[in-house]
Design a protein around this ligand. Sequence first.
Ligand SMILES: Cc1cc2nc3c(=O)[nH]c(=O)nc-3n(C[C@H](O)[C@H](O)[C@H](O)COP(=O)(O)O)c2cc1C
Length: 186
Amino acid sequence: MRKEFGVKAILYPQPVLILASYDLEGNVWAMNAAWGGISEENEISVCLTPTHKTIVSALKQGCLTISPGTAKEVAACDYVGIATGNKDADKMKKSGWHFEKAPHVNAPIIKELPMTIECKIKEFNTDTCIMKLEIVNVLVDDSVLTDGKIDLEKLQPIAFDAANRAYVKLTEKVGDAWKSGLKLMK
Ligand SMILES: Cc1cc2nc3c(=O)[nH]c(=O)nc-3n(C[C@H](O)[C@H](O)[C@H](O)COP(=O)(O)O)c2cc1C
């Protein structure tokens, strides 16, 4: 027996993407987005509401950054997804996060989130809600690298569990891609 859940936006894993941008006055805005993922070799697509403060600002700059949410920063990651800069001018001060400009786009790095993807906005279709973003660089802090490679035990990225309205860790390795299945090839 399988229980039917009907038409629900539930998929595993769903990312916790923290999008960040500067407005024209140089203030930082950030929000949480789960409806997104890699759509080409150098492209991420995300379904976004155009009126979010972070998105209004990003559209004016033509760019934004995306940082995977982490277990250590789960409260702030959730907070930027429930508070809006449209209603609270102090939203980002309350997050407790600190920022510096990314090297390749005019958008902020969130210092507390060790991985940052610098993106240029390619297109935004408000009818479909899909924003396509070109990846121009990926920055990863030394503190979460082992032998120069991204170490998930150190980064502690989290996923969004839509069915249970929860955040879960994505850390345990269970196989090798393009390798674990080789034993079944005859
Ligand atoms: C778990 C979670 C996932 C979210 N996913 C999205 C999403 O994919 N797209 C979107 O437009 N908003 C999403 N939101 C809502 C925005 O993060 C939220 O409206 C936020 O307050 C916008 O902030 P801003 O107006 O300051 O930019 C999500 C919120 C949470 C908590």
